[in-house]
Design a protein around this ligand. Structure first.
Ligand code: GLC
Length: 438
């Protein structure tokens, strides 16, 4: 089978009829930012299925109440006991905003990639056929209210003071769960003493997964959220973990730009001035997150106000988000240090671990986003270099959750949807010229 056929087979194998598992066993539900990337992959060979993926994700969107527009990091469309924490653990049943939902969800969100992926999907549909383009236009119109509500949730619930820098209340909300950037703020979080059983170690070797002390703290934060009735005001007043993650901030910013472009293309007649204002605030405020030590953006501890001065790949998303600083020289330096694309943590940093979750391995979809930004910043050669590394990784190691940046070995879950989707959309011949889309 060609790589392209293998990638299609992975999406088809992980398809559960309307939504796609990241991988069977380890992740048995629909995940938020995975779904956006996966939809982009479906778009390459099954456009109708691609739009379905997005619609299913939004089935779990909370409506009304203080979390109106909230989109959870997991939508539990069907039961499974192979994952902890499952639907019962989050305690969201009956929470304000969930009354009309038929899908159970977690209580935290994930990087809001949706509007950007929807825009790329629409572009691809336009290249397929007039019929696909017409279907796409209709689908985009249908998704717009949910997308707008979701962006507004981020600004309202996670940046009520309008600082321009949304914060998050759980490392899982960043999608980059175990990043060394969260070590300092997470150390202040108490470790839960209640019993629970992890299931991840039954699927993947412990050397590639977070340690127990990490789990004790993320479970504490999950329970804390429930104890505050998921009320954003109460949570922001007292949550022991509050971080301004430059990854979420960059992804939200770019998605906001793409969302406004979608609104314009659809002649949307609602008022979107608030979103324009939010983009302008972030564009200015983010400069406070520039690290002169690492020449890139970094995250900030929102409780102490200290920079979390750790060089992670999320800080290279500034070009993708349209922020001011030129990321070209820094990315060139990273690329010279590791043979296989951009690791999640820079290899010279003392906390770099090439095998462990978000502390070093390569995530292919993050590379795709960074490359798109570099292309836009006028560094086409760097974008192509990243893409070539990614293509080599797929070729040599297939479709894994993540990869060792030093050897290229595939790690974590196998037959992974976002790896397959990234390969289909980005490194597949037809789209090479575009280096990532719109
Ligand atoms: C892990 C990752 C997260 C991803 C999820 C499903 O929790 O850290 O980013 O969304 O797995 O793939």
């Amino acid at each position: 089978m060609s790589l392209n056929q293998q990638a299609r087979a992975i999406l088809t194998g992980n398809d559960r009829g309307g939504y796609t598992l990241p991988t069977d066993g380890l992740y048995p539900f629909q995940w938020n930012w995975d779904a956006s990337v996966t939809a982009l992959g479906w778009m390459c060979f099954a456009p109708a299925r691609a739009w379905e993926e997005m619609r299913w994700l939004f089935k779990g969107q909370w409506q009304g109440g203080p979390n109106d527009g909230f989109l959870a990091h997991i939508a539990f469309h069907a039961p499974s006991d192979s994952y902890f924490p499952g639907a019962d653990e989050w305690g969201t049943d009956g929470a304000p905003g969930t009354e009309a939902l038929r899908t159970r969800t977690s209580s935290i969100s994930q990087p809001p990639l949706h509007a950007t992926m929807v825009r790329w999907m629409w572009h691809r549909a336009q290249a397929i056929s007039p019929q696909a383009a017409a279907e796409a236009a209709e689908q985009v119109r249908g998704l717009l209210p949910g997308l707008l509500a979701h962006h507004r949730w981020w600004y309202r619930a996670r940046d009520p003071d309008r600082s321009g820098l949304v914060l998050n209340i759980h490392p899982w909300e960043t999608g980059m769960d175990n990043s060394p950037a969260w070590d300092v703020p997470l150390a202040r979080v108490p470790q839960t003493t209640r019993p629970y059983t992890r299931h991840d170690l039954g699927h993947v070797d412990a050397s590639m997964r977070p340690p127990q002390s990490f789990y004790d703290r993320v479970v504490y934060l999950m329970d804390f959220n429930r104890a505050q009735d998921f009320d954003p005001v109460k949570i922001l007043a007292s949550c022991p973990y509050r971080v301004q993650d430059v990854g979420i901030i960059s992804i939200l910013q770019r998605a906001g730009i793409d969302l406004l472009a979608l609104c314009a293309a659809c002649a949307w007649d609602g008022d979107v001035q608030d979103l324009h204002a939010a983009l302008a605030r972030t564009h200015n405020a983010v400069e406070a997150l520039w690290s002169t030590r690492w020449n890139q953006y970094v995250s900030r501890d929102a409780i102490t106000g200290e920079l979390l001065d750790v060089p992670t790949s999320s800080g290279l998303l500034g070009a993708y988000a349209g922020f001011r600083h030129d990321l070209g020289p820094t990315v060139a330096a990273w690329l010279a240090e590791t043979p296989y694309a951009l690791p999640s943590t820079r290899s010279g940093f003392p906390g770099f671990e090439p095998l462990r979750y978000w502390r070093g391995p390569v995530w292919q979809h993050v590379n795709m986003l960074i490359a798109d930004g570099l292309q836009r910043q006028g560094h086409a050669h760097l974008a192509q270099a990243i893409q070539a590394c990614s293509a080599a990784l797929f070729d040599a190691s297939g479709f894994h959750e993540y990869y060792d940046p030093l050897t290229g070995r595939g790690l974590g879950g196998r037959a992974f949807s976002w790896a397959a989707a990234t390969c289909l959309h980005w490194t597949d011949g037809a789209m090479k010229k575009q280096a990532g889309g719109a």
